[in-house]
Design a protein around this ligand. Structure first.
Ligand code: 6PG
Length: 466
């Protein structure tokens, strides 16, 4: 058997799926796990590719099995366990070896770990992997952050196991240290906004237009045949078509309306604010998940304040146009965060390339991404997607539809945190003269904070200071 090209430590759901994907693609792998059970289970699943797999009992044996410079993928939680793992492996590794974290990690941790390993002549890679278990097994989208040396070792492996779009692998180097995990975080922020936007439309159609879940699912399936085609529309169509096997009617009605979150959407909103940005559509989606968790409060408030909302009759063609405009704005916000982070951390992120590797394998894959990558290749004015000439006709058609949808929805009493904030973003950025002059006057009045004058004259305080 040839030497293993990579070691995988941690054979949980994602670790096992990535390892099987590698072995299935003829990559020689060595695997191990902290406890023995998952190793035996993995070897049963890996039987068809057993020629490509070496299983060992301990981390020490795994490291010994790998030729130097080693590639060691650690599929363990990216929080404290990862730091404990690094304590353990650093003394066992040799200069030039690479440790890879393919979980959803806070990119600040990834940067700190890269710096820590660099002190020992080692490399640390933050690899964003999207596509869930199915993607990991059959072709994820992968966002690599780390050194050129690690990339040259890992690239042949990632290219073989990645999803492909028109034959090109959906995996690339985003930049050094935390760049890959940051891009994955923003991917998840966009994922949150897209999911919430879909949920808002579902609410309008279900309770405003009185459609059944199955009818709404069929509508999502129809939209998925057009410019809104995307994985999230596709699965929404499917999810809404199911009935509860326990007999409680539509499956969606049997599920408690409390959304979980592991934190990546929240990280996106937090990092956006720290970077002087505000991704309001992503923030709206994070807020919606947080409010959804307050089920008991909503029960009390609904009884006290009334939960009625009026009927609506949205036109499906108008809705499609509105959703397409909102989706452009949602991506525009995501890429603005990437732009700000790229400048802050000196990453030189390639936005066209990012859009390209999101076209297959990942959760936010969407037909629109092909146009987004083309728009970035053309170089949109001010690097803003919403100013890209190729989106002008879509926005010209979609913004009035979005305006109508949001105004009718809000007037009828529906919460639309993502769709409404899309318009606030659009309407704010298209105003050359905004409302901040008054904010500045207030700040100066109560705190003598000073302001700049329109005419540039060197008078920085108002007459209220005498
Ligand atoms: C992906 C997903 C994946 C996972 C998220 C869900 O790209 O494959 O984003 O990473 O589903 O962690 O996050 P929440 O639990 O926060 O919804």
């Amino acid at each position: 058997m040839a030497d293993p090209q990579i070691g995988i430590y941690g054979l949980g759901t994602m670790g096992a799926a990535l390892a099987l994907n590698m072995a299935d693609n003829g990559i020689e792998i060595a695997v191990s796990n902290r406890s023995a059970g998952p190793i035996a289970e993995f070897m049963t699943r890996a039987e068809p590719f057993a020629d490509h797999v070496t299983a060992v009992d301990t981390l020490e044996a795994l490291i010994e099995t790998l030729p130097v410079p080693r590639l060691l993928l650690a599929m363990i939680p990216s929080t404290a366990p990862m730091d404990g793992f690094l304590d353990q492996v650093i003394p066992l590794l040799a200069e030039g070896d690479t440790v890879i974290d393919a979980g959803n990690a806070d990119f600040h941790s990834t940067r700190a770990r890269s710096a820590r390993l660099a002190e020992h002549g080692l490399h640390f890679v933050g690899l964003g992997v999207s596509g869930g278990e199915e993607g990991a097994r059959h072709g994820p989208s992968m966002m690599f952050g780390g050194s050129e040396e690690s990339w040259s070792g890992l690239e042949p492996i990632l290219s073989k196991i990645a999803a492909t779009f028109e034959g090109a692998p959906c995996a690339d180097r985003m930049g050094p240290d935390g760049a890959g995990h940051f891009v994955k975080t923003v991917h998840n922020g966009i994922e949150y906004a897209d999911m919430q936007m879909i949920a808002e439309v579902y609410d309008l159609l279900r309770h405003g237009a009185g459609l059944s879940p199955a009818e709404i699912g069929a509508q999502f399936a129809r939209w998925n045949d057009g410019p809104l085609e995307s994985y999230l529309f596709e699965i929404t169509g499917k999810v809404l078509s199911y009935d509860d096997p326990l007999g409680a009617g539509p499956m969606v009605d049997a599920i408690l309306d409390r959304a979980g979150q592991k934190g990546t959407g929240r990280w996106t909103a937090i990092e956006a604010v720290k970077l002087g940005q505000s991704a309001t559509m992503i923030e709206g989606a994070v807020a919606a998940r947080a409010w959804s968790a307050e089920k008991a409060l909503r029960e009390v408030a609904g009884a006290a304040l009334g939960a009625d909302r009026a009927a609506l009759a949205p036109d499906m063609g108008e809705l499609e146009a509105a959703l397409l405009a909102a989706r452009i704005l949602e991506y525009a916000q995501g890429f603005r965060i990437l732009d700000a982070a790229s400048a802050e951390y000196g990453w030189q992120l390639d936005f066209a390339r990012i859009a390209e590797i999101w076209r297959a394998g990942c959760i936010i894959r969407a037909r629109l991404l092909d146009d987004i990558s083309a728009a970035f290749r053309d170089g949109p004015p001010e690097r803003q997607l919403f100013l890209a000439p190729r989106f002008a006709p879509v926005l010209e058609r979609g913004i009035p539809a979005l305006r109508q949808l949001v105004s009718e929805g809000i007037a009828a009493g529906y919460p639309l945190p993502v769709l409404a904030s899309a318009l606030a973003f659009w309407d704010t950025l298209r105003q050359p003269r905004g409302t901040a002059a008054l904010i500045q006057a207030q700040r100066d009045f109560f705190g003598r904070h000073g302001f700049d004058r329109v005419d540039g004259r060197a008078v920085h305080h108002g007459p209220w200071w005498g």
